[in-house]
Design a protein around this ligand. Structure first.
Ligand SMILES: CC(C)(COP(=O)(O)OP(=O)(O)OC[C@H]1O[C@@H](n2cnc3c(N)ncnc32)[C@H](O)[C@@H]1OP(=O)(O)O)[C@@H](O)C(=O)NCCC(=O)NCCS
Length: 154
């Protein structure tokens, strides 16, 4: 059985950050990628990142932030292609939700391209609801659903 471990990023660990940036560049198109400002994003006091190793190899990560006491955000979630459909995305999302919950916010917001069916299904499975469609969110021809998970009603 595979050995799965989830860890919280030590923001000073350049080696892990570099590995995540590499994966980010591979998975997301340039206009959706955080790669170029990943390190700055991580320097923010109110952000965190959890990553998952399978048999010692980086398999996925989730990034989250809590910009205010009102809400938190899931800013990125990704699983390496060969490790998909094995429950790792779900493990990462659940762990990020619990991290956000400890910040005593009342909801979590996120944006997702409606065409990203796996991600959309995953978020819905964990109670996220579509709030609205934000046109041209990622680029002139790519929209996003804004989704939220309300802690007060859960
Ligand atoms: C979205 C993503 C993180 C899911 O990771 P994963 O490890 O494959 O997901 P899991 O195996 O934990 O699946 C959990 C649920 O997600 C949904 N899901 C995952 N893959 C799916 C697919 N190919 N088709 C439909 N639903 C899917 C299902 O609801 C699934 O639950 P189920 O197994 O009970 O049907 C992964 O597909 C990915 O990295 N995609 C590219 C990046 C991306 O779109 N990120 C989100 C936007 S920021």
């Amino acid at each position: 059985m595979a050995n799965v471990a989830i860890s919280e990023l030590d923001k000073n660990c350049g080696k892990v950050v570099a590995e995540i940036v590499k994966l980010e560049r591979k998975i997301f198109p340039k206009h959706e990628s955080l790669a170029s400002f990943f390190e700055n994003e991580l320097k923010k006091k109110n952000s965190g990142l959890l990553y998952l190793h399978v048999d010692g190899e980086l398999a996925g990560y989730v990034m989250y932030s809590w910009p205010s006491s009102l809400y938190a955000s899931i800013t990125k979630l990704a699983v390496k292609e060969q490790w998909r459909r094995q429950g790792h995305g779900e493990v990462l999302l659940k762990a990020a939700i619990e991290k956000c919950r400890t910040r005593k916010v009342s909801c979590i917001m996120l944006h997702v391209d409606p065409l990203r069916t796996p991600a959309l299904n995953l978020y819905k499975k964990h109670g996220f609801q579509v709030d609205c469609l934000v046109e041209s969110y990622y680029s002139s021809d790519r929209n996003a659903y804004r989704m939220y998970l309300d802690f007060d009603s859960s």
